[in-house]
Design a protein around this ligand. Structure first.
Ligand code: SAM
Length: 288
């Protein structure tokens, strides 16, 4: 990433040999700190509102985060027959937590992020994402999600949502078979797991590898859903869902179409459409 003379936030995407630019306001960078884990920065942009970066990579903007957060939560919750106990690994900005708690049937949602500073900074600069943090059903923990999953009581979680950074550094372990096995053990029967799985265009190999690893870990069915995310590499993103004795490809779309809470992107027909995998991605998955 570099800031040009014209005050643009420019992020180069090595994987796709391309980049994104967001024009900044005069105030430009409003916060920067090195936490014990990563560099967190906040910028004000002209047309995308607030921008949070971690280690110089876009995490979210005010304008388009709703698409990601809704797609990381509602499809998984409507894939499970009756989700009550939800765990989010990562997700420190609290946007996914807020969406999960829109489901009246959810009794408890624990967010496990390794870095407390991400949450404290989100509280300061993205208060709208944190407005459910004081919900009595919400709990925040700040430890490594890999370690937490190794130690949790087996069969104690209905839905696991892995809302992590890219698979490098301490997030790398979240993409391995060993971690998926601990998730399978943590899940009740039935149980659903969903994980952000990068760009279909740039990272089809990673998505195919996740299908293979989730099946190797013992999950019965695996589905990838895709959605636009214009500030992430290629502008196109995905999440990959795996079921323990439940097929995430057959969600409760009737309940989704009658949901009694507001969303800005997600709805039942869109859920059905997001499950339709493009030809090249299907071929990559089948070839693994
Ligand atoms: N939506 C974003 C994206 O795909 O770029 C992810 C946003 S969220 C802020 C990612 C969070 O994952 C960060 O707050 C980071 O601290 C957390 N994280 C990364 N590795 C982790 C781990 N091993 N355990 C718990 N949290 C982790």
């Amino acid at each position: 990433m570099s800031l040009t003379d014209n005050d643009w936030y420019v992020e180069q995407w090595e994987d796709g040999q391309s980049s994104i630019g967001l024009r900044l306001t005069e105030a430009a960078k409003v916060h920067e700190e090195q936490s014990p884990f990563q560099k967190i920065a906040i910028y004000d942009t002209q047309s995308f509102g607030r921008l949070m970066t971690i280690d110089d990579l876009v995490m979210l903007t005010s304008r388009d985060n709703f698409i990601y957060h809704e797609m990381m939560s509602h499809p998984a919750l409507f894939a499970h027959p009756n989700p009550k106990r939800v765990v989010i690994i990562g997700g420190g900005d609290c946007g996914t937590l807020r969406e999960v708690l829109k489901h009246p049937g959810v009794e408890h949602c624990l967010q496990v992020d390794i870095d407390e500073r991400v949450t404290r900074i989100a509280e300061m600069y993205f208060p709208e994402l944190c407005d459910s943090n004081n919900d009595p059903r919400a709990e925040l923990a700040f430890i490594d999600g890999v370690k937490w999953m190794e130690e949790v009581e087996p069969g104690s979680v209905d839905v696991i949502i892995v809302d992590s950074t890219d698979p490098v550094g301490f997030a790398e372990g979240l993409f391995k078979v060993k971690f998926f096995k601990t998730c399978l053990r943590a899940l009740a029967d039935p149980g659903v797991m969903v994980q952000q799985s990068e760009s279909p265009l740039f990272h089809s190999g990673l998505i195919a590898g996740m299908h293979k690893n989730l099946k190797a870990a013992g999950f019965d069915a695996v589905n990838t859903l895709h959605f636009p995310q214009c500030t992430y590499p290629s502008g196109w993103w995905s999440c990959t869902m795996a079921g323990k004795h439940v097929d995430p490809g057959k969600p409760r779309l009737g309940d989704a179409s009658e949901k009694d809470f507001p969303t800005r992107y997600y709805h039942a027909d869109l859920h059905r459409g997001a499950l339709a995998v493009p030809v090249f991605l299907r071929e990559a998955i089948d070839a693994e």
